[in-house]
Design a protein around this ligand. Structure first.
Ligand code: MLT
Length: 266
């Protein structure tokens, strides 16, 4: 049987972030795209939350579903969770895909930004934050199609409980530096990033990819942070190719690939 794929969404979205991927992969393998802790219908548990709590939620989910190995794909905050998951349960991960994420912890400046966001949400509610953030995660919102996508993303944000959103911000701000984990990763890995990602950047993702031994890297044009929604066909093709040809060398992989991944020089 094909190995199931487990998609982990970013903050503050939910499993439906992966709609185009669910539709594409569901006829090929089992697709799991749960709402993570504090998002949508995800688990809550006792406060405060740490990224390790998200990891344990996922482990429980896999045990319940009797899944012994997954292809693990984490977007942004989902990537923070994926890195701690592979550190704790390396035997459960057949291959890893990190999307628009990063391995390091928040700097003091980023923590300050988070605290400002918390204050803003506390005093104004989620509306303004949802409007600003849904613009920030897309490369542009000019076309009708992109306006529609922005609305979808905004509604996803607004469907969260305000207290939960604030707790997840705390969990992200207190996460540890996962950079040392990168050199432990031995399974085939791929890093994908939108060329216009304004939450992280393609450079941050490229240097993360360079620290992983067996890693492919792809920078996707005309996409921001939500690369899987802005360029779903390219994104699905990238993952599909990676899953099917992960045992090939980079050159073989790149030759059979339509986009323009940058080779990783180790
Ligand atoms: C995400 O998309 O998951 C978040 O923006 C990540 C973050 O704020 O660090």
């Amino acid at each position: 049987m094909n190995t199931p794929i487990l998609f982990l969404h970013g903050f503050p979205f939910n499993g439906s972030l992966w709609k185009p991927q669910i539709e594409f992969f569901q006829n090929k393998r089992i697709v799991l795209a749960p709402d993570l802790r504090g998002h949508g219908s995800g688990p809550k548990g006792n406060a405060p939350w740490m990224i390790l709590d998200f990891v344990d939620d996922l482990h429980e989910l896999l045990v319940k579903a009797r899944v012994e190995k997954v292809i693990l794909c984490g977007h942004s905050m989902g990537g923070y969770v994926a890195l701690e998951f592979i550190h704790k349960y390396p035997h459960l991960v057949e291959s890893l895909i990190l999307v628009g994420s990063r391995a390091d912890a928040d700097s003091n400046d980023v923590k300050d930004q988070r605290f400002k966001t918390l204050e803003k949400i506390r005093s104004e509610g989620l509306e303004n934050f949802a409007d600003d953030f849904s613009k920030l995660v897309l490369s542009d919102v000019r076309s009708e199609e992109k306006k529609e996508l922005k609305k979808t993303v905004q509604n996803m944000i607004l469907s969260n409980d305000i207290e939960d959103v604030m707790m997840v911000i705390g969990a992200m701000a207190s996460r540890k530096d996962s950079t040392p984990i990168l050199k432990e990763i031995s399974c085939p890995t791929m890093v994908i990033v939108g060329a216009d990602d304004r939450i992280t950047s393609w450079g941050v993702n490229h240097s993360m990819a360079r620290r992983i031994t067996n890693c492919q890297f792809a920078k996707v044009a005309d996409a921001g942070h939500l690369v899987n929604r802005e360029q779903p066909e390219k994104f699905n093709a990238l993952i599909d190719t990676f899953i099917n040809y992960q045992s090939l060398s980079f050159k073989e992989f790149a030759d059979g690939y339509t986009n323009n991944p940058l080779a990783i020089q180790h």
